[in-house]
Structures are given as C-alpha cells and as structure tokens.
Design a protein around this ligand. Structure first.
Ligand code: LER
Ligand code: MN
Length: 272
C-alpha cells in the first residue's frame, strides 16, 4: 500500500476536491514534506507540462506519479465518451488516448472520471453503454501498449448515471473482456452509493486498482463518519497493493489536510 496526494493545475478545477493547487515544484515539495510516496496529477492536458519536467521533479523530491487525471477534457473542452455528437466522442477518445500515452511515459495510469459522461436525451442507456464499451476497448489496448493499466472511476449519481457502484462496473469490465482496466474506489462516492463500503471493496476486490481516500464528507479522513479501520481491513482482505490517494477538499489549510490524511493511514496501517 502506497500513499498519494492530489495536485491540481487546472484553473477551471480550482474549487475541486484536490489538496494542493500550487505550482508543480511547490506542490511536489509539500507532498514530500508531508511524507507521501507520490502525487496524483491533474493537468490541463497531455501537452500542458513536458514529461521531462515532471520526471525531474519526481527525482528531486523522491516522489512517483500515482496517476494522471483526465477531468480537464470535460471541464476545459466539454468532451465525453458518451456524448450524442460523434465528433465530441472522437475528441474525447483522442484526449484520453493522449493522456494514457503521457501517463505511460511517467509510469502512471490515466483516470477516467467525468469524461465517461452520462446517458439521457437522444442517447439511451443501452446505446451509452455500447459507446462506452467501444471506447474502453480501444483505451484498454492503448494502455496495455503503454505499459500501464487504465483506471475507471464509478461516480455518485449526481455526476454520472453509467455506473455508481463498484460491483456492476466490475461485471461490465468482465463482460467486455477489458482485462487492463481497473476500478477506482473513491470512498466519497462509495459513501453515497454503496450500502456497505467494506463489503463492496471485497466484492469488487479483484478489479480495484486505485483508491481515493476521503471521509464521508469529502474532507480529510477523520473529519466525517467513514470507518477507516473497516476499510483498511477490507483492503487488506483483498491484498490491495495500490495507492491510497487523498482526493479531498483541503479547507483553509491544505498542508494540515494532507498531514491529517497521511496520519489517518499510518495510525491504522498494519503491513498487508
Ligand atoms: C470526481 O467527483 C472525482 O471523484 C474525480 O476523481 C473524477 O475526476
Ligand atoms: Mn475521485
């Protein structure tokens, strides 16, 4: 199990649930001081920062890149993989494939969150899932070629209507033979959607590849009513080896939120 903290450099996402919004060097420095193994990066796109610059910062601060987010494709360009417009869908797929390639050069998988889109209007649920499976099939192969998994994140009902819970998402990946796609278990979304968070982690365990470590109110763990002990027990039960990444609202003191998150993991952590 490894720890990561989010660092967002997308102005349109300045109010989002990301701990640090500093310039990259300052953000890397803060992540390192707080003890993290890695940063999870949210950048404006695949060409926003040269890969060499990020590699240099990783080396300087002794950090890895846990994952790269793709949310800028939605917030900056309005792109989604299930959009009614074929042109928008092509743009979305192209954006994701370029993010996969960019992340691959850093050894980091790309995350699909908001760019999954939603069904409705002229797109039926059946058609949206067909489009989604087609796109994921191309992305699965591209990520395998880049030597990284691809991370699909079920979101709560207010953000998507494709998949809100882990087990149905895992069954969808299985049904379409998407062997290189893993699931992101975001504890905030799960606290809204799953009847039993620990049970869902165990039931979808074979597919879980990344965790957003947040309390029920999306603040640092310890601020709400999630049960981090039960969640860590479930992750131990599935021999989870990936990152616990702080994707939370930072409040007035991002470094305090980062430290609280880190301590919430290490206080309860027993080596898996
Ligand atoms: C959005 O709610 C979220 O959880 C992000 O990880 C998706 O990009
Ligand atoms: Mn998330």
């Amino acid at each position: 199990m490894k720890t990561a903290v989010t660092l967002c450099r997308v102005p349109e996402m300045a109010a989002g649930p990301f701990v640090f919004h500093d310039e990259l060097e300052a953000g890397f420095a803060k992540a390192a001081v707080c003890g993290y193994d890695a940063v999870e990066l949210f950048l404006a796109g695949p060409d926003a920062v040269p890969v060499e610059t990020i590699r240099g910062l990783c080396e300087e601060f002794g950090l890895a890149v846990a994952a790269v987010g793709s949310g800028a494709g939605m917030v900056k360009h309005g792109l989604s993989l299930t959009d009614p417009s074929p042109e928008k869908r092509r743009g979305a797929l192209d954006f994701i494939l370029r993010m996969v390639e960019f992340g691959g050069r850093l050894g980091a998988p790309c995350i699909l969150g908001s760019m999954q889109g939603r069904w409705g209007g002229e797109i039926s649920r059946e058609r949206a899932l067909e489009l989604f499976a087609q796109a994921l099939t191309s992305i699965d192969a591209a990520a395998a070629g880049a030597g990284v998994p691809f991370i699909y994140e079920p979101l709560n009902r207010y953000e998507t209507n494709l998949f809100n819970r882990l087990v149905p998402a895992a069954e969808f990946l299985d049904a379409h033979g998407l062997a290189n796609v893993v699931l992101l278990a975001d504890l905030f979304h799960m606290n809204i959607e799953e009847p039993d968070v620990a049970k869902a982690l165990i039931d979808a365990g074979r597919r879980i590849g990344h965790v957003h470590w947040a309390d029920s109110n999306r603040l640092a763990m310890g601020s709400g009513h999630a049960d981090p002990g039960a969640i860590l027990d479930a992750l131990r039960n599935i021999s989870y080896q990936g990152y616990l990444s702080a994707e939370i609202f930072p409040g007035d003191d991002p470094e305090a939120a980062a430290r609280q998150t880190f301590e919430s993991i290490h206080a309860l952590y027993i080596p898996f």
